[in-house]
Ligand binder design. Sequence first.
Ligand code: SAM
Length: 279
Amino acid sequence: MNTNMVLITEKEFKQISTLLYKNFGINLTDKKQTLVRGRLNKIIRTKGYNTFTNYYNAIQADKSGMLQIELADHLSTNHSYFFRENEHFKYLTINTFPEIERLNILKDPSELRMWCAGCAAGEEPYTLAILLKEYFGNKLIGTKPVILATDISTTALSTAKSGIYTEDKLKSMPAKYLDKYFNKIGDGKYSVKTSLRNLILFKRLNLMRDTFPFKNKFHIIFCRNVMIYFDKETRETLISKYHRDLTDNGILFIGHSETIGRNSSQFKYIIPAVYRKIG
Ligand SMILES: C[S@@+](CC[C@H](N)C(=O)[O-])C[C@H]1O[C@@H](n2cnc3c(N)ncnc32)[C@H](O)[C@@H]1O
């Protein structure tokens, strides 16, 4: 054992997992104990708390809630990449966008409302913005955002807002889109063009909130690879909230390793991990 390691007892680990589950829905299973203990140790030492008790007391005393957010930030997984699970993006372009046009659901494409819940560092919403631009072209006028992209992680959101990515991060980006929608800014980095950036509104939002603060419903919701960290009850509650926040016949995309029961009374299965709102 590394002698610099801060000792975290089973009871203390339980205190942290209860707090994360209650406030953020994050379910720290026993399998993740080693990983979580390592990350907790790093926070406690780098922030100079020295003991778990000092750290936990500081979290409890912090009325702003920022220490809890920072903790969730360190313990959640922000892994994502551009064009991840590409079948969904093909479905969107081949089926969903044409259907929206055919049914005259919108007066113009700027009225489209998409929500990317759990957007990590922006890879998913920027992929969506590219597809919107490719499909609707000049019909997508104005600078009004059409995608709301939310996450709990302030670190991931700050990268997303900056729109700056390394070459390595952009490996999965088709070359034609890299040329068209990014500027090379040197140091092996690229910056998203303003025309794409303006289509997205980034906000911090905890999906565990009792209600979401939206006045209008969404035509399309993406919540992929987020619910894998939640238990069944939390997932079901969230899916009901998505049902409420979608327009009639609205489409919900979840991750390929996630599922909504095929007997759900709220959603009809379309293709793997894509569902249509019923009712
Ligand atoms: C693995 S990433 C998925 C990113 C992207 N949707 C994708 O499929 O590539 C999961 C994201 O969910 C976010 N997340 C986890 N719990 C959350 C919560 N309670 N509220 C909001 N976002 C949360 C994490 O911060 C992380 O960025």
